[in-house]
Write a protein that binds this ligand. Structure first.
Ligand SMILES: [Mg+2]
Length: 372
């Protein structure tokens, strides 16, 4: 089996509301109203088609000429055997700067995903069977509520999701601690005593203020705090962790950073996503390291559409130490999707797809309607 062609399908989809998160220094980032995607369609000489998703690409990172960009990816992929994942990731590390270039990381993730889809279709097995088999039938999802100043909007959002069966929530915080406390109190009140609530400060706090803020918010029983402070130095995160009794969560995209966090005793749970790691193959390696260190895992998200969420579900299906709800909210946050059968939440969970490859079919008509 050899790759013979690659095509890109650009898609833009609106979010249900403009989403705001904190950034380093504690200021709000610009609101995100819509997200840009490239769907990668890879064909092989034995007539199979595999799909990958480049998710939520920064508008300023989009290539000027998409045809040239598609040609470059096609040249990189042509002639490859989809089974040769070691070689693919070796070549990606030589030719792509996936640590610092978010477009390159999105491409690596999409190419890896398309190869797994192809191998699954060739073997007539779901992708999770290529990763050692599923250890669960579904994944608990934490609904992510972004920063909104109007408490009534948050109340409506949490109420709606509780009614749909969500029992886990993640609140974006880190811009205004007084507002964060009000939002958290409200979320706890609406979601109830048993709800699992995490917060994510997106590095909005300093090492000095983080422990104080975490203790203040922990009145409402936090299940975890993600990225309390800038993440570059694991010693900073460890300093915060030492002063609080709430699990600390951090995004982990490569083995070197995972090892540094473990050595510094900086975290309790790794947030691992395919977009962050550059695909299933490297993401699985990070999970193994977390297992060895007896650290929990949750599946994070850059907010994927249906196909990207499918890949994340196959990944989540195979993680033994998945200890916290995962953040796969794309199918609920976007106003449209490109799967023939869009994913549905049931009791706040997403079922592991059962079909071969990624497990659902792409809707070409939808991709044409949503083209940019
Ligand atoms: Mg985060």
């Amino acid at each position: 089996m050899k790759v013979v062609s690659l095509a890109l399908h650009p898609v833009v989809v609106s979010r249900r509301y403009g989403t705001v998160i904190a950034q380093q220094g504690g200021k709000a980032k610009k609101s995100v109203a819509k997200s840009y995607f490239y769907f990668v369609e890879v064909k092989t000489d034995n007539g199979l088609t595999g799909w990958g998703e480049m998710s939520d690409i920064d508008f300023d990172k989009l290539p000027k000429n998409v045809a040239d960009y598609a040609d470059a990816l096609a040249a990189f992929m042509k002639g490859r055997n989809p089974f040769d994942l070691q070689k693919l990731h070796h070549d990606i590390s030589e030719h792509f700067d996936i640590a610092d270039d978010s477009l390159a990381r999105a491409a690596a993730c999409a190419l890896d995903m398309a190869m797994y889809d192809l191998i699954g279709k060739y073997a007539k097995r779901p992708v999770y069977d290529l990763l050692g088999g599923a250890v669960r039938k579904d994944v608990v999802i934490s609904w992510v509520a972004y920063i909104r100043e109007e408490l009534d909007l948050l109340r409506d959002e949490i109420r709606e999701r509780v009614k749909q069966g969500f029992r886990a929530f993640k609140l974006k915080v880190g811009v205004d601690i007084d507002l964060d406390e009000k939002r958290l109190a409200l979320t706890r009140e609406v979601a109830g005593r048993d709800a699992i609530i995490k917060v994510d400060a997106n590095a909005g706090w300093s090492v000095k203020e983080a422990p104080r803020n975490i203790r203040r918010l922990h009145k409402y029983q936090l299940a975890g705090v993600e990225t309390p402070v800038p993440r570059e130095d694991p010693a900073d995160i460890a300093a915060v962790r030492k002063q609080v009794d709430v699990p600390i969560l951090e995004h982990v995209g490569n083995l070197e950073y995972a090892l540094a966090l473990i050595k510094a005793k900086a975290i309790d749970v790794m947030n691992i996503s395919l977009s962050g790691a550059g695909g299933l193959f490297p993401a699985r390696q990070i999970v193994a390291l977390a297992q060895a260190a007896r650290i929990g895992v949750l599946v994070g998200s850059t907010v994927e559409l249906g196909p990207g969420t499918l890949a994340q579900l196959h990944f989540a299906a195979t993680i033994p130490n998945l200890t916290l709800p995962s953040d796969l909210i794309g199918p609920g946050m976007y106003t449209d999707d490109v799967l023939v059968r869009p994913l549905q939440y049931q009791r706040g969970r997403l079922a592991i797809p059962r079909g071969i490859g990624l497990g659902e079919n792409m809707d070409r008509q939808k991709m044409r309607e949503l083209k940019f």
